[in-house]
Every structure is written in C-alpha cells, then in structure tokens.
Design a protein around this ligand. Structure first.
Ligand SMILES: [Ca+2]
Length: 195
C-alpha cells in the first residue's frame, strides 16, 4: 500500500516537471522573438523594426552606444509634442560635452529582396557646422548612409534609404548623431519595409 502511494506521487511529480519544462521553453521562444533575436517579423504596416517608434518603456530592440559616454541625456522621451508618431521618441541632449551616439538593431531571417529604411529626426546642432547626423544600413558588409539635418524644433527631417538589397537574411539599421555641446533633438518612427 505504502509503495503504491509512493509510485503514484512519483508519477505526479514527473508529469508536473515535464509540464513545467514545456511552459518554460515556450516563454523563452516568445521573448527571443520579442527581442528580434529570432527571425524578424513585420507588424501590420509591414515594418520589421522592433520598437521603431520608441513606444516601449525602455530601448527594447535597440543597441544604444553612447560613444565615450559624452552624451549627457540619451533616453526614451514621453512628450507627445516632440514625437513624430505615438507619444514617445528617442531623446538626446548635451549641455557641456559633445553629443555622440548610435542607436542600431540587427534583424535576421528576412526574406531576400529589396527593403527601404525610413527615419525621422528633429532638433538643433547648436551651430555646429561639422555636425554629423545620418541614418544607415549595413547589408552584405557594406554600410550605406542617408544624411540628415537638425533643422530646428519639430522641423522633422525624413531620411530614406531605398533599394537595400538583402540576400543573406540579415540587415543592421541605425542612426548616428555627433554634434558640439548644446545639441539636442529627438528621433522617431524608424521603419524597414519590403519594397
Ligand atoms: Ca514614437
């Protein structure tokens, strides 16, 4: 009698363990997809960028590189007036040091074909004639850039990079901003769609 109960308990424990493993595997697959770690998935507008409008609470999907740690403010901004779409954007500002950063993400598992990258930026380069602002894509080891300008408050500049020929399923897209101290702005609504 005692032995039967013991075997019964063992069987219940084994089933619970197996069920637990299954659930945990499912969660991991889900979060890998959310982070763009697995094959890229387009949203209802055909956009493959993860969190391209910066509407998440953090920089989900993006790798932010604050070069030499000089950019004083580099964050998700919740101010509808300073957005191109939604309620949030990527915000940057430096008072006494340079602005110098990139924000990028790599997508994989894309169907071969031609893609178009579009990004929006507004702000001010603090009179820096040598300011460098551009959106970029890396395909097949080649970096392709689309220059942008900081034309003043909510004077949005739209940068477009059409004809990005993806052959190996992978593309890295990003934005790079370098200005003198005093530079500020926001970046929003970055999309990558198949043409
Ligand atoms: Ca937004």
């Amino acid at each position: 009698m005692k032995r039967k109960m013991c075997l019964g308990l063992m069987a219940v424990c084994m089933i619970m363990t197996l069920a637990g493993c299954g659930t945990s595997d499912g969660d991991q697959a889900q979060s890998a997809g959310d982070n763009g770690g697995s094959a890229a998935v387009a949203d209802e507008n055909g956009n493959y960028i993860v969190n391209g409008s910066f509407e998440e609470v953090d920089f989900t999907g993006w790798v932010i590189n604050n070069i030499d740690d000089v950019t004083e403010e580099l964050d998700v901004y919740t101010r509808e007036t300073d957005c191109y779409a939604g309620a949030q954007s990527l915000h940057f500002y430096s008072g006494s040091s340079d602005v110098n950063f990139t924000a990028e993400q790599t997508l994989s598992g894309l169907e071969a074909g031609s893609y178009k990258l579009t990004g929006h930026i507004q702000g001010d380069a603090a009179g820096d004639a040598d300011a460098s602002v551009y959106f970029y894509a890396v395909v097949n080891g080649e970096t392709i850039k689309a220059d942008a300008t900081l034309g003043g408050y909510v004077n949005w500049y739209t940068a477009e990079l059409p004809g990005l020929n993806v052959t190996d399923g992978e593309i890295t897209v990003g934005v790079s901003v370098t200005t003198a101290p005093g530079g500020w702005g926001t970046i929003d609504d970055i999309t990558l769609v198949k043409e």
